[in-house]
Design a protein around this ligand. Sequence first.
Ligand SMILES: CC(C)(COP(=O)(O)OP(=O)(O)OC[C@H]1O[C@@H](n2cnc3c(N)ncnc32)[C@H](O)[C@@H]1OP(=O)(O)O)[C@@H](O)C(=O)NCCC(=O)NCCS
Length: 144
Amino acid sequence: MNIEIEKMNKNHLEEIKEALENEFDDFWNYNILKEELNSSNSKYIVAILNKEIMGFAGVKFALDQADIMNIVTRKDYRNKGIGTLLLNELISICKEFKANSIFLEVNEDNKPAIKLYEKAGFESVGIRKNYYKDKNGIVMRYVV
Ligand SMILES: CC(C)(COP(=O)(O)OP(=O)(O)OC[C@H]1O[C@@H](n2cnc3c(N)ncnc32)[C@H](O)[C@@H]1OP(=O)(O)O)[C@@H](O)C(=O)NCCC(=O)NCCS
């Protein structure tokens, strides 16, 4: 697959606006993403195949720490390596911006995401009890 990774811009966001809930995932909405694109502390990227957006991901910086805000692949294109490409690019961006550590929270039941992060070198460093309603959140860290 010839996937290209680009910096996310407002046109990209408009393109996925209608598809966000059903084709990607429902926990990131248009308005939050729009705010994130306007924030100088956040960096968002998209994965494009044949001019279509197949996934996106974002990271937020605070001093020397980076937090992965989201990473999502279009439902019909999962398990084809797109999440890995997006995550590797986020890690490169964090290196470029001199972050020392990258953190994220993931639902303890989200096996695909946990696998993705572990493969990239993230390690569990804590648990947030009931972070996702009745499910715990696992805090993971990558040392840059
Ligand atoms: C998590 C997510 C981004 C992974 O994206 P993806 O494009 O499918 O990821 P990849 O194809 O690069 O797969 C990476 C690894 O994840 C694991 N994986 C992917 N799908 C899996 C599944 N259905 N079950 C178990 N493991 C899976 C595999 O180990 C895979 O590596 P491998 O193929 O070398 O074994 C995707 O499942 C997604 O969008 N989920 C919904 C949003 C979400 O939960 N985001 C994370 C929030 S913390």
